[in-house]
Design a protein around this ligand. Structure first.
Ligand SMILES: [Zn+2]
Length: 371
């Protein structure tokens, strides 16, 4: 289970912190306060190392946020919609609603992140020179922040999709060939190449006795997954182009009553009819939706006593689409709400259900027929 907390709202964008970020924050604070600062300057009390460590770690957080905000604000200026920014263990992700419409837009949006990081690096290094005559601790902290921002900018410029540099590369190939798919594949291949190189270099370093190599390998592994996932996401979106929810939904879905015991939902419906998802009715009203995942949350012993009502996703919490919602928006909704199915509603009536599976099936069919 992943948690994230909303901590602020800037220019209409929700800023969230993923729970994994707490780990990285503690790690940064600890390595600065217990090792880096004590090795770099003398403080009269240990507490000072820790205070400065916490402030510096918070500024690392602000730096990553600044980078993502640069992407987001540039995206908004280009007329895109930004959902939110989540800061997680290896940096941040700004969720921008659509794939950018033109290579030029992509180019400036991607480049704005690293440019903002280099800008911050420059500012922090200037600060470190300015405070040097007055305070060694602040000079060390500012220099460190300059260094971190330079790394943040430089690492993100690696030309592998979906990193910023990969997006820049994609925009260039896209502009040159006019083919977004080809461009994405090229940038994704370079991303995977870089990922393998990082993994290889990291493991090599590790066996030479350098523990930092593990970090490198881990980052390579993340990048590898991200570049494959990013590519298939683009493919999926493209193959859904021109399709609407009504083309994707399945029309045969079943209702169950809200006060049906979960035990009989499993035996009489799921097992007998081999369906994974049911609409829940209470009188004439749609009360919610129940799927296999809801059932699995509860141990078998409790199934006889529980009713469908107790385990379903209630109607108020459901996200809906209409038959006219475009295919890639459906995909976006599924991903944004992190659910596996959405009901399709027309005039207050459920007319169909779309599961992630439907999308994959449609994609497969279209690929087979060469559409
Ligand atoms: Zn970036």
């Amino acid at each position: 289970m992943r948690y994230s907390w909303k901590v602020a709202r800037i220019s209409g964008i929700d800023i969230k912190i993923d729970s994994s970020w707490v780990v990285i924050f503690l790690l940064f604070t600890f390595s600065l306060s217990a090792y880096y600062f004590p090795q770099s300057f003398q403080a009269s009390q240990r507490l000072h190392y820790w205070l400065l460590g916490i402030i510096t770690s918070l500024l690392v957080f602000v730096s990553v946020l600044f980078h993502e905000l640069a992407h987001s604000l540039m995206a908004i200026r280009q007329g895109e919609k930004v959902e939110d920014i989540t800061l997680f263990i290896l940096g941040g992700v700004a969720r921008i609603s659509d794939e950018p419409g033109t290579p030029q837009k992509e180019f400036v949006m991607a480049l704005s992140g690293p440019v903002s990081s280099f800008f911050l690096a420059f500012i922090f290094i200037m600060i470190s020179y300015l405070v040097a005559p007055f305070s060694k601790p602040f000079q060390v902290a500012a220099a460190y922040l300059g260094y971190i921002n330079a790394i943040l900018g430089g690492f993100n410029l690696l030309p592998g999709f979906p990193m910023d540099g990969g997006r820049v590369l994609r925009a260039i190939v896209w502009k040159a060939t006019g083919d977004l798919k080809k461009a994405t594949r090229a940038a994704s291949m370079v991303g995977q190449g870089i990922a393998f190189f990082l993994i290889f270099a990291g493991v090599f370093q590790f066996f030479r006795g350098n523990l930092g190599g593990l970090w490198l390998a881990l980052i390579g592994w993340f990048l590898h997954n991200a570049s494959i996932q990013g590519y298939s996401q683009v493919l999926l979106k493209m193959s859904l182009q021109g399709l609407r929810a009504s083309d994707l939904m399945s029309r045969n879905f079943q209702y169950v009553e809200a006060d049906l015991p979960v035990e009989s939902l499993v035996h009489d419906y799921v097992l007998r009819q081999r369906q994974r998802v049911f609409l829940v009715r209470e009188g004439e009203r749609l009360a919610g939706i129940v799927c296999l995942d809801d059932i699995k949350k509860y141990p078998r012993e409790r199934w006889p006593e529980l009713k469908v009502r107790d385990i379903m996703t209630p109607a108020e919490k459901l996200i809906y689409v209409t038959p006219y919602t475009s295919g890639d928006q459906v995909l976006e909704r599924l991903a944004t709400a992190d659910v596996n199915q959405v009901p399709v509603i027309e005039n207050g009536q459920v007319v169909g259900l779309i599961c992630r599976n439907n999308l994959l099936q449609v994609m497969q069919l279209r690929a087979e027929l060469g559409i």
